[in-house]
Design a protein around this ligand. Structure first.
Ligand SMILES: [Zn+2]
Length: 123
């Protein structure tokens, strides 16, 4: 469940690697550009927020002098632990959008290469 596979060559990629480098990673075997599908990130973020909220509520109910600080700390820790864990368990790899490769200049059509480096912001 926690092991990703490259959509190109089916090479197994360990979950910690895919989470740690989910923004910009390559398949170690075939070099395909991969990223974690955005839906998995949404799920992990929601779960992290839920865990943080639960931790906040539990810690604010505790009697004690540190009530002003601990809830924030616990909520922060819960989010920081749960969110990557959920991402690790749910993430699917997909092909990353094609990265514009700095192409060697072709003398025949210089106008086509002016825009290289601009049009990569499509989400
Ligand atoms: Zn691959």
């Amino acid at each position: 469940m926690a092991v990703r596979t490259c959509p190109h060559c089916q090479t197994e990629i360990s979950a910690p690697i895919s989470v740690a480098r989910s923004n910009d990673m390559e398949c170690p075997k075939c070099g395909a550009q991969l990223e974690v599908a955005s839906g998995s990130r949404t799920i992990s973020t929601i779960c992290g927020l839920a865990a943080g909220t639960i931790a906040w509520r539990l810690s604010t109910d505790l009697p004690g002098d540190l009530g002003g600080v601990l809830p924030t700390l616990y909520a922060f820790l819960a989010f920081g632990i749960v969110s990557p864990l959920v991402l690790m368990l749910t993430a699917n790899l997909r092909n990353a959008p094609a990265v514009p490769v700095p192409a060697p200049a072709h003398e025949s059509s210089p106008s086509l290469h002016v825009a290289v480096g601009h049009g990569s912001e499509h989400h």
